[in-house]
Design a protein around this ligand. Structure first.
Ligand code: ZN
Length: 180
């Protein structure tokens, strides 16, 4: 069977690549053809990696960062400053800040920002989990490091109002600037 000029299994592969962000039709075709050039072993390694990432990666019970264990390596590390939490939008922001190697506190990953136009409200983020972490007196400072765009600012403002009653020092950090 031929669809869009490609035999069906090839078309199916192209469609999977097209689902990825930033991948247009042309690139999807190119990627699909390079997968066809894989050896059987490489093709299996490729598909195994997709499945293993999906089944072995979950959210850290504490900070909600991506983790392959109940607690992520940062939350497990006793040398990290337990008194500071840096609140970020996603796991990519944690990786970016970790590469700078100047921040030694903990993180909290929101997994998004408040964006009414996209139908994303506070209840879709890990805000409940963040507030739970403030229930004892361990945390003394919170750095709000959501992106400096409209939804990032909205989220930072929303969070600082929620955190206010806890009497915890709250600072706003523009994304990408190292915290020390
Ligand atoms: Zn964690």
């Amino acid at each position: 069977m031929v669809r869009n000029g490609y035999i069906q299994p090839l078309q199916a592969l192209i469609e999977q690549f097209e689902r990825l962000p930033g991948i247009g039709h042309k690139t999807a075709v190119r990627l699909a053809f390079s997968v066809l050039d894989f050896s059987d072993a490489d093709a299996k390694a490729f598909s195994d990696a997709v499945l293993a990432a999906k089944s072995n990666i979950r959210r850290c019970r504490v900070c909600q960062n991506l983790s392959d264990a109940e607690l992520c390596p940062i939350c497990q590390d006793p040398s990290r400053d337990q008194h500071i939490i840096c609140v970020v939008e996603d796991a990519k922001a944690v990786m970016a800040l970790e590469r700078v190697k100047e921040y030694n506190g903990l993180y909290h990953v929101l997994h998004g920002t408040i964006s009414p136009t996209d139908g994303i409200g506070p209840e879709d983020l890990t805000i409940k989990e963040l507030l739970q972490r403030l229930s004892d007196d361990t945390v003394q400072e919170i750095i709000l490091a959501t992106n400096p765009d409209i939804s990032g600012e909205t989220t930072a403002m929303y969070l600082s109002k929620l955190i206010h009653p806890f009497h915890i020092k709250t600072t706003r950090l523009a994304y990408g600037i190292p915290a020390g």
